[in-house]
Structure formats: structure tokens, C-alpha cells
Design a binder for this molecule. Structure first.
Ligand code: HEC
Ligand code: HEC
Length: 288
């Protein structure tokens, strides 16, 4: 065979291999993206009094739903460099298509109406919310009036090859795959101690970024860092976003504190502080 013919076949072979590899990665990851989860629906009693709706509105702040779905839930586009472009949809009309049971399953289990998992939405944190809080959140969602989507909002999320590879290798998981769906339901916090209340609040308001074991992930540090704050500094920090450890303006954390965590009551911030301080004093971290 002539050298040029040989090179031509080699090129064709390499190209065919690349195309096949991409087809396998896309096909396999698509199976994982569209995998359905068989999580039964539970029936919660959804309150409709104004007190519960107001509490739901406050909890939705603290759970920072708006940081992804937009200030009026009109939907928001979030690029994840090199990996994906995620679309948190306009939910103002969507929630009406969900039953209360389906909303509970979406929020606490990360499972959509069609049985597939959400991606990026932190239900691995919301699964720690107690029945009363979820019921108030749903009560508030029921008051949303449909509004047009944010202009130019793409229809759906897209996953690039790197993220698809991470899905196949298990280094990135769908939200539903991160949750123990059979775990006992969280208990009501009203009769618990301040430390247990603080832990409940940390598990339900901080772990989306600081990680389920509080050890930090991405740019979010190990939560024991809170022990370096005084109680008064910590209250000021969560109410205003102004850090006290040298960096006054923190990027993500300042925005989250100012716009969302500032809705925590002072007694709740005190409980969070007491719990985090106890971790840093004992050198221990919360069990997973
Ligand atoms: C970190 C970002 C983020 C946060 C915080 C977040 N979401 Fe989402 N949410 C998303 C994304 C992304 C999707 C689209 C997920 C998908 O289809 O994979 C989504 C989907 C949804 C959907 C539509 C499900 C469907 O059928 O398509 C609803 C409703 C929803 N979220 C409600 C909420 C509520 C309520 C909260 C707060 C308790 C919340 N979200 C917090 C990112 C987020
Ligand atoms: C949306 C993500 C997110 C959530 C939710 C979040 N954090 Fe953070 N946090 C961060 C990031 C990221 C940083 C690192 C600083 C930065 O880049 O903003 C940080 C930094 C911190 C710091 C260090 C501040 C300093 O002075 O260096 C403390 C303390 C902290 N967070 C406490 C909390 C507590 C308590 C909660 C829950 C009530 C919480 N965070 C919820 C993302 C988050």
C-alpha cells in the first residue's frame, strides 16, 4: 500500500473511533440524565392561612430558590464553565401543573413530575426540611401568578462532554442520586435544644454550598471557620454579608447573606452560631 493511502485509512480509523467514543458518552450519559426514580408521593396538609404563607415566603428566601430561579421566579440561565449550561426554569406557571405531593417530592427528593431527577437544584439540602416548613413553602408557591419568562431564557439545560463524562464516571451525580429517599422524615424542631435547632438550620440553609458534611466544597470553606467570629460579628455577617475575618466583601457568600440568609431570625442565627461554635470547639464535624 502506498504511504498516502495508508495515512488516509489511519485518519478514517481515528475519526471513526472519535465519533464512536462520543456516541457512547452521549448515549450512556443520556440514560443517566433521563433515569427515573420511583419515589412514592406523600400527602402533606398544606395550610392556607396568611401566617403560614408569610412563613413560606421567608423560608423560600432562606432556601435561596431565587438565587437560581430569578427574583420573580421568571427563570435564569446559569453557565457552568466547560461543563454545562443550566436553566433554572420560570416556575410561576409550572407549579400549577404539579400536585402538592409532587411538589414535596420535587423539593425534598429532587424528583420531577415525570420521575426524572433535577440537576443542580439542591434537594440534597432540602431533604432535611421538616414537614411543616415544606408545607409552608408549598403554600407560598401556590400564591405565584404566572408571569412571562425572562427574555432569551433557553428552553432547557445542556450538558457538555466533560460533564457527561463526569456523570458516567460518577464524579458528578444527579440530585436524586445524592439523596437517601428512605431516610426518616426530619422531625419538627420546636421541642429540640438550641444545638439541635442550630444543626437543623445549618443542614437546611448552608449545606448546598458548604457540603453535606460541612467540610466545605468549591469556594465555600469548612464551616468551622465560623468559630473565628464572635456571636455579634456572626449576626452582623449573616444580616449584611460583611465578613469579619479580613475580607469584608466576600463574593457569593455576601450576596447570599444579604439577599437570603438575612431573613433568618436573630434567635435562629444564634442557634446556628452555637452549633458551629460547638463544632469548632470540639474539633468535630457533623456526621453525614
Ligand atoms: C442552585 C440552583 C437552584 C436552587 C437553589 C433551586 N432550584 Fe429549582 N431548579 C434548578 C434547576 C437548574 C432546575 C431545572 C432542573 C432540571 O430540569 O434538571 C430547577 C427546577 C425547578 C422546578 C421545575 C421542575 C420541572 O418540572 O421542570 C421547580 C418547580 C423548582 N425548581 C422549584 C424550586 C424551589 C421551590 C426552590 C427552593 C426551595 C428551588 N427550586 C431552588 C435550580 C435551582
Ligand atoms: C450559595 C452558596 C452558599 C450558601 C447557601 C452559604 N454559603 Fe457560606 N460561603 C459560601 C462561599 C462561596 C464562601 C467563600 C467566600 C466567597 O467566595 O463568597 C462562604 C464563606 C462563608 C464563611 C467564611 C466567611 C469569612 O469571613 O471568610 C462563613 C462563616 C459562612 N460562609 C457561613 C455560612 C452559613 C452559616 C451559611 C448558612 C446559614 C452559609 N454560609 C451558606 C457559599 C455559601
Amino acid at each position: 500500500m502506498k504511504k498516502t493511502a495508508y495515512l488516509k485509512w489511519l485518519l478514517v480509523g481515528v475519526l471513526a473511533f472519535i465519533i464512536l467514543a462520543f456516541a457512547i458518552v452521549y448515549g450512556w450519559s443520556a440514560l443517566l440524565i433521563h433515569k427515573t426514580y420511583d419515589v412514592p408521593l406523600t400527602s402533606l396538609t398544606i395550610p392556607c392561612d396568611t401566617g403560614a404563607i408569610r412563613e413560606g415566603a421567608r423560608l423560600i428566601r432562606i432556601e435561596h430558590c431565587r438565587s437560581c430561579h430569578g427574583e420573580n421566579f421568571e427563570g435564569k440561565f446559569q453557565p457552568v464553565p466547560y461543563r454545562a449550561h443550566m436553566v433554572a426554569p420560570n416556575i410561576t406557571a409550572l407549579v400549577a401543573t404539579y400536585s402538592n405531593g409532587e411538589l414535596e417530592r420535587l423539593i425534598r427528593h429532587g424528583v420531577k413530575k415525570n420521575g426524572e431527577s433535577v440537576f443542580a437544584m439542591p434537594s440534597q439540602m432540602y431533604c432535611h426540611l421538616n414537614d411543616k416548613s415544606v408545607a409552608s413553602i408549598i403554600a407560598y408557591l401556590r400564591t405565584l401568578k404566572p408571569i412571562p419568562s425572562s427574555p432569551d431564557l433557553p428552553v432547557s439545560s445542556r450538558f457538555y462532554p466533560l460533564r457527561r463524562w463526569e456523570l458516567i464516571t460518577g464524579t458528578y451525580l444527579s440530585t436524586a442520586a445524592r439523596i437517601d429517599h428512605l431516610a426518616p422524615r426530619p422531625e419538627l424542631q420546636s421541642d429540640t435544644t438550641q444545638l439541635a435547632f442550630g444543626k437543623y438550620l445549618v443542614m437546611t440553609a448552608c449545606t448546598s454550598c458548604h457540603g453535606g458534611n460541612l467540610q466545605g466544597q468549591g469556594h465555600a470553606p469548612n464551616m468551622r471557620i465560623a468559630g473565628a467570629y464572635s456571636n455579634a460579628q456572626f449576626i452582623h455577617f449573616l444580616k449584611t454579608g460583611e465578613g469579619a475575618l479580613g475580607r469584608k466583601e466576600l463574593t457569593t457568600m455576601s450576596a447570599i447573606a444579604k439577599n437570603h440568609l438575612s431573613y433568618l431570625h436573630t434567635n435562629e442565627i444564634n442557634a446556628i452560631y452555637a452549633f458551629l461554635k460547638s463544632l469548632s470547639a470540639s474539633g468535630q464535624l457533623a456526621e453525614k
